[in-house]
Write a new protein. Sequence first.
Length: 365
Amino acid sequence: MATNRKLGRTTDIRNAMLKTLTTDLILKGKVETTEARAKEVKAIADSIIALAIKEKDNFETVDAKVVKAKLDSKGNKVTELVKSKNGNEYLKVVKEETTDFALWKKTDEGIQFDSPWSKGRPGWHTECVVMINDIFENGRIDIHGGGQDLKFPHHENEIAQSRALNGHPIADTWMHNQMININNEKMSKSLGNVVWAKDLIVELGCNVYKWFMLSSHYRNPLNMTNEIIEGVKKEVAKVENVLKQTSLYVQVNHLDGDDFNKDTVDHMVDALADDLNTSLALTEILNQVKVLNQAMRVKEKDNTLILKEYNTLLKMTDVIGFVFKPKQLDEDELELYSKWLDAKVVKDFEKADQYRAELIQKGII
């Protein structure tokens, strides 16, 4: 009977548990466990890393060919009749490299076409290459995008086929985006947490949805939680509120002109040009919100400055594709808004409240 117990386990069971946890940590990057077990796992992982660093120059990289039995469309092993050295015939299982990918899939089911080899259909990787060659000149595109999980084998196999066919890369630039997590879990059908973009747009509105999608760099994972969405809504509201407030001020004071701060807009565009740094671009928009708010809050207002900063913010949101269209008031609505402002100045709060209620009903404020 084992008497040496630690972490609530006997030695053998404890070692097996720690081995599993350490392996998961190395493969997945993180594990969830108790604090006591985490300390043990960290010590093991640190020692492995230290050993790897110490012995890194003593390892030799070799190419290995991994083969497996070739299967037909029904999952049966493919065999061929061969002769041995003494002339005896026997059936030999056909082997194939696991690193090979299918150019053509022989099948008797589903969509199939005639070919010199068999009835079947192109492999998945071949389909994309054929489409690009059919649509784009010389089978070459400027930007090829896709999820990080498609980098291997799908995109690498596309590259191999295109080079063999055309002698040049299939794309000049590759952009691989990371995955979206829901409450810190990978979005997947098996977990039942799949959320469709069309449903999010209906639920959140296009501006909140787009702001959320752009809030993280495309090569970083994007986590969606209720808390994060609420934070995004607040940031979008900051933009909407200052644009609505300033739009009313511009209309009431009959300010006109399209001058804007080009340097500020260019600074945001520079962020987008730097590997599509959308999170930094959104920060630039929020900085401009602060600038416009400051211009609107001073008592002695500079109308020229207000209009310029207002146009600058509109230009910045338009570059990224946000839809902020402040309401344009007709003459009656302008008169009602002016009466509300005048009533507040003379402290006629009863009339001010009446005008304010009408403005809210009309969606003006």
